[in-house]
Design a protein around this ligand. Sequence first.
Ligand SMILES: [Zn+2]
Length: 376
Amino acid sequence: MTRMPRPYTHPSPHAAIVPPYLLARIAATDDPRFGAASEAARRSLLRDAPLREWRRSGEVPSFIASEHPARPARDERPAALPGQAPAPDRRISDAGGLETLPGRIVRREGQPPTGDAAADDAYDGLGETFALFARVYGRDSIDDAGMPLEATVHFGDRYDNAFWDGERMVFGDGDGEVFRGFTESLSVIGHEVAHGVTERTAGLRYQGQSGALNEHVSDVFGALVEQYAMGQDAEAATWLIGEGVFTELVEGRAIRSMLEPGTAYDDDVLGRDPQPDHFDRYIETTDDNGGVHLNSGIPNRAFALAAVELGGFAWEHVGRIWYDVLTSGRLRANDGFHRFAAETARAARERFGRDSAEERAVAGGWSAVGIEVPRE
Ligand SMILES: [Zn+2]
């Protein structure tokens, strides 16, 4: 069979959930408890390198390009009839420990559990993510046109990451010493799917401030998927991203904390969570696409503070406002924090009214992290 690169070209493929600086710390450790983790992190860094290069050059890495047979960019499924509630179309594949995509399909929509925890967790997590976007925001999948939700589990040998490749979510099993695997965390699944939504809406460029906003938007919907699935209000929510991905050997709760950036972990091997929680401490760096996983802490905290200030279910107010901004058509690919913040205040006014509690909470959240929004 002739294999060709995918017909849909992705302008900005996205980073994995575990940023390169964290894997580099694990790779560098000589702690004997983490021997396998260190080796796995080194291999994961090598695996992720083509993804980072892809973002810079636009050249699709061979392990992705060569494994996708040519196929229509859109699913052949007819669009939902008017008035018919959108339903997910999930397809879970198993890479069997190899680094080839997509792997063998093990579960399609409506099929019973496979008995494999990773496959079933991915299936369930994609269902929860679909439910938030469809029921709360009326969005029919990633492209709002019923795109299938595809995932591959058991990618690679103890691969320490999960990523969105522009078409599917890909999950490693983790090294078992630092990372337990990535399919159990609903916020990780929601985060990766949200990259697909951002790609098809605001298209925020994955570099510098717009890249940190891209990461931020994924954390927002990752957290909201988890809160929605658990019926948690803003006070009860943990605001953690990737809770449960670390083993008990790690001194840490999660990969990031939206409410308290910089506090997610503090560990001998991993070091201290480096995320800034205020614009005064914005990190200028060329690493990590200009610190996209670092500086996302600043808008993350603004969002979480606004949500807690308002109370109740975050997806109903701040989540709604952020979704409005994402889909407004007013954001530009290179927009930075100040312009994004101003758009959230505008969206709050348009949906909830001038000087509404929502507008004040959003402005207050941004102000607390050092970003003032114009009041109109
Ligand atoms: Zn991400």
